[in-house]
Design a protein around this ligand. Structure first.
Ligand code: 13P
Length: 263
């Protein structure tokens, strides 16, 4: 059974007090632990502050970025071990904003992905096509390449250990209010699962969670989560509002028992 993973990517938002406040309000309204997994992904700078708030609760802690080297003269970067030491459970790699605004290549994303799982941390590998690429019918080619290169050094053991999550985030749907239709998302997710099956075999591929991201919100969560291969949501804007985020979590709890892929 694939347990939904609902994660809030706070991106470069919120000061320290606001981060603590949002985490406090989420913790206060979280449903009983168990049905779904829920995490928050604050800026690296506020990981410690948020960690203090969620300590002892079921809310998980993620990081938005990492560097692939273990240590050394890499000014401004943080290593996987530093994140682990900070209580981080999983790390994003390949987010479209890092690919398209910060210029990260597929190869760099692959190095980061390897470094994350080598440290025993969870990896959320983000993939997705631009609007231009979708219009040119290049979606599967682009996503396929991002999966292949991103996971080139992520072996089956890491995937089997539950350390691997994929997030399908069509770039044109991020922060735009445009959401992929449930059918568009399911099509891409099914394709990603096929790629995972080629690489890791059917049983492992069936165990890997594939999140959808891109203007996900309370109003569309249930429909997205009803899709067979959508195993959670990676949420940007809507995760900055405690009530909205909790609304999504509750939608996931309601949808989990009926999730078509529960084996
Ligand atoms: P929005 O939910 O704001 O579209 O952002 C999605 C995203 O990029 C999550 O990583």
């Amino acid at each position: 059974m694939r347990k939904f993973l609902i994660a809030g990517n706070w991106k470069m938002n919120l000061n320290r007090a606001e981060s603590v406040d949002l985490a406090t309000r989420i913790v206060a309204k979280m449903p009983a632990p168990g049905a779904v997994e829920v995490g928050v992904i604050p800026t690296l700078l506020h990981l410690e502050a948020v960690r203090q708030v969620i300590r002892g609760h079921s809310l998980q802690l993620g990081a938005q970025n990492v560097y692939f080297e273990k240590k050394g003269a890499f000014t401004g970067e943080v290593s996987p071990a530093m994140l682990k030491d900070m209580g981080v459970q999983y790390v994003l790699a390949g987010h479209s904003e890092r690919r398209h605004i910060l210029g990260e290549s597929d190869e760099l994303v692959g190095k980061k992905a390897h470094a994350v799982v080598a440290e025993g941390l969870g990896l959320i590998l983000c993939v997705g096509e631009t609007l231009d690429q979708r219009k040119k019918s290049e979606t599967m080619e682009i996503v396929g390449r991002q999966i292949e290169t991103g996971l080139a050094q992520v072996d089956a053991a890491a995937a089997q250990a539950g350390h691997l999550v994929i997030a399908y985030e069509p770039v044109w749907a991020i922060g735009t209010g445009l959401t992929a239709t449930a059918a568009q998302a399911q099509e891409a997710h099914a394709f990603i699962r096929t790629k995972l099956t080629e690489k890791y075999g059917r049983d492992t591929a069936e165990s890997i969670r594939i999140q959808y991201g891109g203007s996900a919100k309370k109003a569309n969560a249930a429909e997205l989560l009803a899709q067979k291969d959508i195993d959670g949501l990676l949420i940007g804007g809507a995760s900055l509002m405690a009530d909205e985020f909790i609304g999504i979590v509750l939608a996931a709890v309601a949808a989990q028992s009926g999730h078509g892929n529960v084996a």
